[in-house]
Every structure is written in C-alpha cells, then in structure tokens.
Design a protein around this ligand. Structure first.
Ligand code: NAD
Length: 300
C-alpha cells in the first residue's frame, strides 16, 4: 500500500493560521503586538532568501518584523552590542541570528548572548539544558515542526522505536531529545554508526537529517514506518533541461514511499514547518514575557 503523504505545506499553513489568531487576540485583548528581530551578517545568498521570507511571513501573521542587516566584516563587539539592545527592547519578543555567521565571529558566543527567553531558535545553552531536562524551553524550529507532524499523524508516539540519522546541534540532537521527552525509544545514528541499514530497519519512526541526497533507500525502511525527511539537497536535473536542478531529501522518496506507512515529501514536507514554528515560538515567547497563557499545540 502506498504511504500516506504528510503534507508539511498544508500543516504549516494551519500553524500560521493559529499563530495569526493568537496574534489578533494579543492585540485586541492586551494591546500587545509580538515582534521578531532577525539579524543577518554578510551577504550569503541562501541566508538572504531565508531572512526575506521570514520577514514576509512574520508580517503576514500580524507580528512586527525588525530586520538588521550588517556588513560581512562587522566586528564581534558591534554584533554583541546590537543583541544587547534587542535583549532590552520590550517590543522585541524573539531574536534570531541567521547562521552561518562569517568565520571571524564566534557563533557560540553570539548565540549565548541572546536572552534565552527571546531565543526563538532554541540554540542558547540554557534552552538546550532545559529541553534536555524536560523543562519548559524554547525549542529549535525544525525539530519542533517534525514533532508536530508526528504527533498529528500518530496521536502519541509513546513506546515507538525512533531512529534519528544525524547528530547536529540544530536538528539531530534536539529531535532525539523531543522524541525521548514524548517517551519514544530513541537511537541517534551518525556517520560512524555500524550497520546503519539494520539500525534504520528497526525503526517505527525514521527522521533523516544528514544532508546527503537520497542516501536512505526504501529497503532500509520497516514496512509501515513513518519517514520524516529533513534533508534539503539540490541535485542536477538534466531531465528538466540543461543546467537545471531540483531539490531532493535524504531519503529516496519513491522507494521509501513504497514501504513506509507515511512520509514527508521534499520539497513541501519539513521545510515549510520550520518558519511556521519560528512564528509559533515568537508568539510563545511573547505570551511568556507578558505572563499570559501560551497558545495550545504550538510548542512541545
Ligand atoms: P550537519 O551537516 O550539521 O549534520 C549532518 C549529520 O549527519 C552529522 O551529525 C553526521 O554525523 C551525519 N552524517 C553524515 N554522513 C552520514 C552518513 N553517511 N551516515 C549517517 N550519518 C551521517 O547537518 P544539519 O544542519 O543537521 O542538516 C541536515 C540536513 O537537513 C541538511 O540537508 C540541511 O539542509 C537540512 N535542514 C533542513 C531544514 C529544514 O528546514 N527542512 C533545517 C535544517 C537543516
């Protein structure tokens, strides 16, 4: 039986709708407009695209968007001074520093200078610690989006065997932590894992976050498993014409879909959920800052 398609694009639209409703309530009932500040250092083309679309969607859900574009050679002290200013600005409820930063800037130092309560990316060491101990925290957006889709599809994932392929700080590790906090039995696989195919074959849930085009073939997937493909890889697509490219995930979609019970496509799966969760985190941060009830279903 072919797998059910988990439509991240539609799900993300629903999440943004809920965020927009909550923003309206915050404005109407409390006179508060949530604000998201995005800081971009340098001219990395991919980062510029991300920042533009984050700003656009922030405005679309009715929040304030503050963009700060700094030169590639900005001194670390100047970036830290800007973050300090945003930390103290009551109109700013979420701060996101677009990564990667230029090489001369210490990424850990910069991220850890953000007020943890405004750290809507969930990368601050305090939020990592809170998530790791099962406490209320800001949760990294991409894993949060994956968790929302899994909860929506399964109801509960308690007791399921989950394998996360990839151990990065921004996807793999927080994803594993979220699955564990929801009582799944979690394995983190990575580049040194022995017999990866056998490890993946045990999984009821496979989350692939590697960055290698189509590396997971269908015959690694247990019959009926749920496949969440985080990878975004651009490959040549000569069938579309000379010099053309297309996006693929870390899983070979067609063969995985033959065995999986459910699967996210690339594009249109995890990707759209990431920005939706950034907006959700900003509303959550705004509610917490003002001692108001958090929107339901928009956080872990
Ligand atoms: P990363 O490079 O930081 O980490 C990759 C991980 O994969 C590493 O932990 C490494 O151990 C593991 N790995 C590498 N080769 C492997 C192999 N052969 N077998 C098993 N594991 C292997 O990458 P990342 O930042 O975690 O991103 C992973 C992918 O997810 C990328 O394609 C990225 O573009 C994508 N991504 C998508 C979103 C989204 O919004 N959809 C967000 C973040 C990242």
């Amino acid at each position: 039986m072919p797998a059910t398609l988990i439509d991240g694009k539609a799900f993300a639209a629903t999440v943004r709708g809920k965020v927009a409703q909550h923003v309206t309530r915050l404005k109407d009932d409390h006179g508060i407009t949530p604000g998201l500040a995005v800081v971009l250092v340098g001219e990395d083309p991919a980062s510029q695209v991300y920042v533009r679309s984050k700003g656009k969607m922030t405005l679309e859900v009715g929040m304030n968007s503050f963009e700060h574009r700094l030169d590639a050679d900005t001194a670390e002290a100047d970036l830290l001074a800007l973050i300090d200013q945003l930390n103290r600005d009551p109109a700013v409820h979420g701060i996101l520093v677009q990564l990667p930063l230029p090489k001369h800037l210490n990424e850990d130092l910069v991220i850890n200078s953000i007020d943890p309560a405004k750290d809507v990316d969930g990368f601050h060491i305090s939020n990592v610690g809170l998530l790791g101990t099962g406490q209320k925290s800001m949760v990294p957006c991409t894993p949060l989006g994956c968790l929302m889709m899994l909860r929506d599809h399964h109801g509960t994932i308690s007791g399921m065997d989950a394998v996360v392929i990839g151990r990065s700080n921004i996807v793999g590790k927080p994803m594993a932590q979220l699955l564990l906090n929801d009582s799944a039995t979690v394995t983190i696989a990575h580049s040194r894992t022995k017999d990866l195919p056998e490890v993946v074959r045990r999984a009821d849930i496979v989350v692939a976050a590697v960055g290698r085009p189509e590396m997971v073939p269908g015959d690694w997937i247990k019959e009926g498993a749920t496949v969440i493909d985080v990878g975004i890889n651009r490959i040549d697509a000569p069938e579309k014409g000379e010099g053309k490219t297309r996006l693929v995930g870390d899983c070979h979609f067609e063969s995985c879909a033959e065995r999986a019970g459910a699967i996210t496509p690339v594009p249109g799966g995890v990707g759209p959920m990431t920005i939706a969760c950034l907006l959700a985190n900003t509303v959550t941060a705004c509610c917490r800052a003002n001692g108001l009830a958090e929107p339901e279903g928009l956080t872990a």
